[in-house]
Each structure stands twice: as C-alpha cells, then as structure tokens.
Design a binder for this molecule. Sequence first.
Ligand code: DQA
Length: 144
Amino acid sequence: MVIGVVNGPNLGRLGRRQPDIYGRTSLSDIEASLRGAFPDVEFRFFQSNHEGLIIDTLEGWSDQGVRRIVINPGALTHQSYALRDAIEGLDLMVVEVHLSNIYRREPFRAHSLIAPVAVGQISGLGVMGYHLAVRYLLTASPEL
Ligand code: DQA
C-alpha cells in the first residue's frame, strides 16, 4: 500500500524549531522511523513551505492513485482554504496530524480548516501521531 506523508511550512526545521513545543526529532528522523515501523508500506514523503507546491504534489499523487495521506499542514491548517479545497476536491483519505496539541495553545490554532475534510485528526501526541495515522490508514476501508 502507498501512503503519502506531507508536512507543511516550517516543519522542515523540526528538531531545531522550538524544541520545547515540537520536540528534538528531525523530520528525516520521523520519516526514517515510519519506514522502519512499516516496512511493507511504500511511503511518499513531501515537505514544503509553499502552499501551491503542496497542492501540486497532492494532485500528482492523486493522479497516480495515492489516496491515503497523512498531513501536518503546519500553519496552513488555520488559513488555507486552497489546501482544504484540494483535499476535498481530490477525494483524498486524509488524517491530519499535529505534533503539539493545537487546542491548548494560542486561540488561532484551535481552528482547523482541514479537519472538516479529513477522516480524523491527531493532535498533541508528538511523533507517535504520525505512526498512529499510518496505522489507521492501513486498516481503513478504501470507500471512506
Ligand atoms: C503544528 C501546529 C500548527 O499550529 C503550527 O503552525 C505548526 C505545527 C503542529 O505540528 O503542532 O507549524 O501543525
């Protein structure tokens, strides 16, 4: 099974960026840990600070038949109608992940534009959130 893992703006600096909030694990370490934990999954990984490139990537993956997506949209979560529309329009099965608990931080983070078009959301469980999202997508039925 193919699973796409997308990380949005500023997540390329994980490990160095506000480690008290986001932890000390780098994004490449997260990706390696996913490959290690799920050797049978064919992962596609993508990180960008650019909204349009993320949407282009989701379109490309969708055209290739990749429908199961783990996404941490970073701050696009709270501001991107374009990303929301892409996920809805491409009919992707998305699990939204946040390393931090977006509901116990600044008020603007408590609203996700992505959640209504996601299957579910995992927030505040750190790196484990990515692993749990993959576990879910492996068992979810394709018609979801
Ligand atoms: C984040 C939470 C967002 O509010 C923030 O903009 C991020 C990271 C998280 O993983 O906790 O960049 O998505």
